[in-house]
Design a protein around this ligand. Structure first.
Ligand code: GLN
Length: 446
């Protein structure tokens, strides 16, 4: 199976360019060791998979799709990688992404452009675009991605697959390149809901190496699959169908919600009044945290160093000027500004207050409902090159996924049909640590 997967990737990746690199020899050796041991008790044992390139893999190049980490080989495995290995999973390679997970189309990769699996002239979404395309194109059965403002759910939606951002704290972030530490979560991209639950089973749980991972009981996420959704209370926020949503996408998602009603759920319209402030608050909080996290790339500790540097100051300035792409620089500047003494109260503090209002919006709805549903993204996949020069348009495209990160909630995207031949995503948002209810409902819909 591992050999066939590697052959398939070699034959298909020229078209979709999802992989930054494969590790055939190591993967085949692991598969052989597993065969010899004969322990296939975990359902993931012997099954090939891929990892977003911001997950540390010991001895295997991990660049976060940035030039500043060209050639960097981590000295340890991320906790999720260790856990999957312990389950017998076989990692076959590293997947393309927006540089340091900043973007929504994977076009910010310093290395290559990945295409959508359904239409090679369209973007795969992002930042986990390589992960989504590789799964949707049939190169691998599942992949891990990371989601700070929508980077698992939106590419899953654009490629018609299942993508989950777990509750903040559910999965250890140890070994994930930090973008915005209060928002980042790792999660699975799969073709089915059951596969997704199986992967979450393997990666979830407390980790003493991540101080924000939570000591909460990890249920078997497959346990409630097949139980249907009779009597489930579902809320549909009216704000998720307002300005900026493509009418055809809205229509497709509304008919998906109608199906949930037919399956026995009660469905009511609700309001999340602070939704419209989510993008603005996110871009301040995320860029502030990112500007701080990215200070470590100084030309001394990791990867690339500018060959022309003549002094210490030169090493910092030249390395960072040459090593980071435009979008990363834009965020470092925005974040450094928001945290500066003169701007902190008006920007960072205000954004943190808005974040609390968004959390309270969700809390109120979850007093009466089990799930919130709506579109994952306001449009289907757009053309490669179409939006990359308009950062504001790109930022607004995350309006429906960002609030979920700000509130730390679990959110899943599942395919809800097609508009003009391109997949549309339905987003299911759950209460904290209630991924099981999301899976139960998503599988009934599947
Ligand atoms: N597209 C969003 C951004 O550019 C989300 C990225 C992410 O979730 N990593 O920040």
């Amino acid at each position: 199976l591992t050999q066939a997967t590697l052959d398939n990737i070699a034959a298909s990746d020229g078209d979709v360019q999802a992989f930054l690199g494969t590790n055939g020899p190591e993967a085949l050796q692991q598969a052989q060791e597993l065969d010899e041991k004969g322990d296939f008790s975990n359902p993931l044992a012997g099954i090939p998979m891929g990892l977003k390139d911001n997950l540390s893999t010991k001895g295997l190049e991990t660049s976060g799709a940035s030039k500043i980490l060209a050639g960097f080989k981590p000295v340890y495995d991320a906790t999720v990688v260790q856990k999957l290995q312990a389950a017998g999973a076989i990692s076959v390679g590293k997947l393309n992404m927006d540089e340091f997970a900043m973007g929504g189309s994977t076009e910010n990769s310093a290395y290559q452009k990945t295409t959508n699996a359904w239409d090679h002239t369209k973007v795969p979404g992002g930042s986990s675009g390589g992960s989504a395309t590789a799964v949707a194109a049939g190169q691998i059965p599942y992949a891990l991605g990371s989601d700070t403002g929508g980077s698992i759910r939106q590419p899953a939606a654009f490629n018609g697959i299942v993508g989950l951002k777990p509750t903040y704290g559910r999965v250890s972030r140890f070994g994930l390149f930090a973008m915005a530490s209060s928002l980042d979560q790792i999660g699975p991209l799969t073709r089915t809901v059951k596969d997704n639950a199986l992967v979450l089973n393997a990666i979830a749980g407390f980790d003493k190496m991540d101080s924000t991972s939570v000591e909460s009981e990890v249920p078997d996420f497959t346990a409630r699959l097949g139980q249907g959704i009779k009597g489930m209370r579902i809320a549909v926020p009216k704000e998720y169908f307002e300005e900026g949503i493509d009418p055809k996408v809205a229509q497709q998602v509304k008919s998906a919600i109608e199906q949930l009603r037919e399956l026995g759920a009660t469905v009511d319209e609700v309001s999340l009044p602070h939704t419209r402030y989510g993008v603005a608050a996110y871009y301040i909080i995320m860029s502030s945290e990112a500007s701080s996290n990215l200070q470590r790339y100084d030309g001394i500790r990791y990867g690339f160093r500018s060959p022309d540097a003549k002094s210490l100051e030169d090493v910092y300035v030249k390395t960072r000027s040459e090593g980071f792409g435009d979008e990363v620089k834009r965020r470092i500047m925005l974040g450094t500004f928001s945290l500066s003494a003169g701007a902190y109260d008006a920007f960072f503090k205000k954004a943190a207050q808005v974040r609390t209002l968004i959390v309270e919006d969700f809390n109120k709805v979850f007093n009466d409902y089990d799930l919130i549903v709506g579109p994952t993204a306001p449009t289907t996949a757009y053309g490669l090159g179409e939006e990359i020069n308009d950062p504001k348009a790109m930022y607004l495209a995350d309006a429906l996924t960002i609030p979920v990160n700000l509130a730390g909630l679990p959110g899943l995207s599942i395919n809800a049909g097609f508009v003009d031949g391109l997949p549309v995503g339905l987003q299911l948002i759950g209460k904290p640590f209630d991924e099981a209810t999301i899976y139960q409902a998503a599988q009934a819909f599947e």
